[in-house]
Design a binder for this molecule. Structure first.
Ligand code: AMP
Ligand code: FE
Ligand code: FE
Ligand code: ZN
Length: 293
């Protein structure tokens, strides 16, 4: 049984429509797939139909862009946190308002990055919009696509390692929803908040001291339901710590691909998966919308 609880379509920064994503999931022998586009539920209706046609299960989800304020020595700084929300009611007014605010903030931030890039590259806002499906949630991947189309780079990853990297002079951070507020909104909408790729991108050489245990415990106290432990960006050394922390607080742990299309990112459908027991625990906690299983 392959249960993959994290994927993207053209409704955000994936390269394939929900229909194509579910067709590829069936071909990869995935039994249950969650569609979790960034800050939007727009792909759910199409996904539900495509899942029925492909005879696989569908779990509606949203990957909510948030940020957390953390202490670094004497300083405080913001880090970006992605919160997966499973089965929230998309019509919940407060959640919907927060998501549309996120989408607007993403757009302003992307415009600012394009302005900075345009000083050195032939890139325009229109050329970025041309890479996006109508109404899709914008992110750096669309900017990457525009630079690839203009012939500067071979693929998205090359751009992410160059001008779109967090350390680049063209990088602008996103000022989004506070992570604790996001958890509260997701719960109030009947959804189940699970932190996406925790410690994603941290080096394998990280030490136990680098595990922000107090920060995670603060999120748990706020209502966070669990961790996406099995994900290609979560360092192997951190997975056991996250599992121990989950056991200590009786939390859910999941595994997912974070698929963005065959041509979007190297992540492949079903490369990580979630146990039936853990999916069951998500379903028990959820009350916002029904899955198709
Ligand atoms: P943003 O939300 O605009 O900061 O962009 C982050 C998004 O970029 C993530 O959700 C990923 O989907 C995507 N991304 C990050 N790294 C890469 C990469 N190396 N290649 C392709 N897409 C990436
Ligand atoms: Fe993404
Ligand atoms: Fe993410
Ligand atoms: Zn994702």
């Amino acid at each position: 049984m392959i249960i993959d609880l994290h994927s993207h379509s053209t409704r955000s920064d994936g390269k394939e429509s929900p229909t194509e994503v579910f067709a590829h999931a069936a071909a990869a022998s995935v039994d249950v797939l969650a569609l979790t586009d960034h800050d939007t539920a727009d792909g759910w209706a199409e996904a539900r139909e495509a899942a029925a046609r492909a005879s696989i299960g569908f779990v509606p989800g949203i990957e909510v862009t948030t940020r957390a304020e953390v202490a670094r020595g004497q300083n405080r700084k913001y880090i970006s946190v992605h919160m997966l929300a499973y089965l929230p009611d998309p019509a919940n007014h407060e959640l919907a308002t927060a998501l549309s605010r996120n989408v607007n903030t993403r757009e302003l931030r992307a415009q600012r990055m394009v302005e900075l890039l345009a000083e050195d590259y032939e890139i325009s806002w229109d050329s970025v919009l041309a890479e996006l499906a109508h109404g899709a949630t914008i992110g750096r991947p669309a900017i990457a696509d525009a630079l690839v189309s203009a012939g500067y780079f071979a693929d998205r990853s090359e751009v992410f390692h160059g001008p779109l990297s967090r350390h680049s002079k063209y990088y602008v951070p996103t000022e989004t929803l506070d992570v604790v507020r996001a958890i509260e909104l997701i719960r109030a909408a009947g959804g189940v908040p699970i932190i996406a790729h925790p410690l994603g991108g941290a080096p394998e050489s990280m030490s136990r001291d680098d595990l922000p245990e107090e920060h995670f415990e603060m999120l748990i106290a706020a209502g966070m339901a669990g961790f996406e432990v099995e994900h290609r960006e979560v360092p192997q050394v951190a997975r056991d710590w996250l599992r121990m922390l989950a056991a200590k607080h009786d939390l859910i742990t999941t595994g997912s691909s974070d698929y963005h299309g065959l041509d979007g990112k190297p992540n492949r459908l079903g490369e990580n998966s979630t146990s039936q027991e853990m999916l069951q625990r998500i379903l028990v906690q959820a009350s916002g919308v029904e899955p198709s299983l």
